[in-house]
Design a protein around this ligand. Structure first.
Ligand code: NAD
Ligand code: ZN
Length: 387
């Protein structure tokens, strides 16, 4: 069948055997193996993944950066798109054949958090890096051919031709949209643009500094540009990122390695005292401190997007907050995925955010190890794997 989607009337309710990229240990090459994917249970959805890209969070998990989160064998991957193969009991809003993006930070719609407009956390399906099984029965839907269970990752596990996720983690997308570009909304672009729009609420005419110009940082730049920020300073130790950055809203660039003085001093000089907003998109403690100090006293706002290894604490003295600078962190750009992403997808289709620019490489799924190397080497923004 088209796109490798097997005829759902033949697979519904049955175990599907398909290919997945398995992680067997920290930093060990992905192994392409046949896995068994169980049918979706109550309030679950089974998706035929068509595209998956690689986010730095996959890289950190693969390297086993956070020891407490190590679990093997595991199917990583959380930025993807696909077509619904079948749905489990009770799923009303999603049906087979729907074009969807899975989201690692779900929205059940029923819990205390989902009912509160101040947060995009969710009690049932919110992001939980320690979660390795389905919430329904505490079991995995993946197994090796010999029957050994394979762990889930970030509610999604998209490095597999088929995956099973909570329906709270599935967002329906306009079938006219290109699924390849919509894949980016599954994590990186929504996280960055959402941080600029929903968390910082960047104003027209304001100044912004972005630390780390991967997909997340570049998405912040796109979001800030769309809101009319006039100065958007991109900070990265990899000067190759500046070329892409300039095509995506960055107006000024700083490579910290070109200066003896700390970056925040350069930024304060360039902006008459500091930027209105800074975004930390590298997940490095020292970088976070620079981002914090580069905002203007009195009103500067720093948004943390990078995932930091534990057990590091905030690199600040509490008294430093008396300068009026504010610091906040954001998961998934503050978007409530199920209710707000469809509209964001529409805006992207209208060209508010230039999605194409984020896709720097495309490879067949089998070349996943090569795709990881591109991210490690700082060569790719997003490498789209075709399943
Ligand atoms: P990426 O690897 O594509 O980009 C990171 C960038 O940071 C690279 O360009 C790198 O050169 C740069 N960098 C490294 N050290 C630096 C330094 N000292 N100073 C300045 N720049 C430096 O990663 P990405 O996929 O864009 O993800 C960025 C971060 O955001 C990661 O920590 C990732 O885990 C996290 N993340 C968070 C969320 C969320 O919901 N909060 C979602 C997605 C990703
Ligand atoms: Zn991600």
């Amino acid at each position: 069948m088209e796109n490798g989607l097997r005829n759902p009337s033949e697979t519904t309710g049955k175990v599907i055997t398909c290919k997945a990229a398995i992680t067997w240990g920290p930093g060990e090459p992905f192994v392409m193996e046949e896995v068994r994917v169980d049918p979706p249970q109550k309030m679950e959805v089974r998706i035929k993944i068509l595209f998956t890209s690689i986010c730095h969070t996959d890289l950190s998990a693969w390297q086993g950066e956070n020891e407490a989160q190590r679990a093997y064998p595991r199917i990583l991957g959380h930025e993807a798109s696909g077509i619904v193969e079948s749905v489990g009991e009770g799923v009303m809003d999603i049906k087979k054949g729907d074009h969807v993006v899975p989201i690692f930070n779900g929205e059940c719609g029923d819990c205390l958090y989902c009912k509160c407009e101040k947060t995009n956390m969710c009690e049932r399906a919110g992001v939980d890096p320690f979660m390795t099984v389905m919430v329904n029965d505490g079991k995995s839907r993946f197994s090796c051919k010999e029957g050994k269970p394979i762990f889930h990752f970030l509610n999604t596990s998209t490095f597999s031709e088929y995956t099973v996720v909570e329906s709270a983690c599935v967002v329906k997308i306009d079938p006219d949209a290109s699924l390849k570009t919509m894949t980016l909304l599954s994590c990186g672009v929504s996280t960055g643009v959402g941080a600029a729009w929903n968390i910082a609420n960047v104003r027209a005419g304001s100044t912004v500094a972005i630390f780390g110009l991967g997909a997340v940082g570049l998405a912040v730049a796109e979001g800030a540009r769309a809101r009319g920020a006039t100065k958007i300073i991109g900070v990265d130790i990899n000067p190759n990122k500046f070329i892409k950055g300039r095509a995506m809203g960055i107006t000024d660039t700083i490579n910290p390695r070109d200066f003896e003085k700390p970056v925040h001093e350069c930024i304060r000089e360039m902006t008459g005292g500091g930027v209105d907003y800074s975004f930390e998109c590298a997940g490095i403690s020292e970088v976070l401190r620079e981002a914090f100090l580069s905002t203007h006293e009195g009103w500067g706002l720093t948004v943390i997007l990078g995932i930091h290894t534990s057990p590091k604490l905030l690199p600040l003295h509490p008294m430093e907050l008396f300068t009026g600078r504010v610091i906040i962190a954001s998961v998934f750009g503050g978007f409530k995925g199920k209710t707000q992403l469809p509209n964001f997808a529409k805006e992207c289709m209208q060209g508010v955010v230039n999605l194409e620019e984020f896709i720097t490489h495309e490879l067949p799924f089998e070349k996943i190890n090569e795709a990881f190397q591109l991210l490690i080497d700082g060569k790719s923004v997003r490498c789209m794997l075709h399943l």
